[in-house]
Write a protein that binds this ligand. Sequence first.
Ligand SMILES: [Ca+2]
Length: 363
Amino acid sequence: MYLRLLGIIIFGVILFLGAPSRSCFAIKSAADSASTSDSKKTAPSTAGSTANSPIPSSSPITKDMVWIPPGTYWMGSENGMPDEQPVHEVTLDGFWIDKTEVTNEQFKKFVKETGYVTTAEKKPDPKDFPNAPVENLVAGGLVFAMTDGPVPLNDNNWARWWRWVPGANWKHPHGPDSNIEGKDKFPVVQICWDDAVAYCKWAGKRLPTEAEWEYAARGKLDRANFVWGNEKTPDGKWMANIWQGHFPYENSGEDGFKDASPVKTFPPNGFGLYDMSGNVWEWCSDWYMPDYYKSSPKNNPQGPATSYDPNEPGVAVRVQRGGSFLCSDEYCKGYKPSTRQKSSPDSGLSHAGFRCVYSEAKK
Ligand SMILES: [Ca+2]
């Protein structure tokens, strides 16, 4: 739950387990003043339907996608956070999924063909941030910033290492002085949920449901700790781009990267999918609800109809999965296949992107 809202307003006492959002930074006070009776925001599910046919009659499928066959798996983890429980069986129709996170090169093509402007590139509307200081209402995104030394990690105050940076967007992931030159094969970041959905529609695809994402991430393994097995570093080898060293002030880059890595740098999982663990967080179609697993349907769950984040009542949040290059066991185990994260749909972040799925609509 990295929130754009709070980003634009303050770096106050904000709570969270792993992720900030635009809304948070912009308008902590707005979140505070939100009616508690309105803390569960209702919104229609945007998850698409799934299909059983591996060969759709007309589709956007390319060699860069993998068919995930229909099946049943155990979703969640007994060893994870409370929102990963109870572990429950889920049965899914088959679907196609991108082998990699959407890259800068791919997103560039989308923007070139459509003229699309991402949320991070637009000046926030004062109507959406009534309590934000006017000077904060500038286009920008949330950017990670290392601290000078150790900081408390257990009070959910992620504003210690996240900054609202004017001018940060997908072309300038860390702010105006950064760029993506020579980074065509890197995952696009500073993409909010709305941007990701727009890209998916253009591509004739959609975002994965959370259940589809976890099934694909597990790569045919049953309840394994990681997407590659149960050992974190088999034969001493890093299998994903995460954080080594002390978070958030010492990043040794032992796996070869202190920031994002080109897609396909680390080994694929059992389905042939890359970076389902680490590199950048990936948006899912679902609204986030911490206790959804207690009542989710067994077949093709589409996520709850409402969103609720106990850390940020009043802010609607969507699910993110997979963790990022900022995941450290000291703070965030988001790179595990069952770990759930959330952020407001308008939040662009320097460590978050997405990938798409496709399935034929049911007739
Ligand atoms: Ca790394």
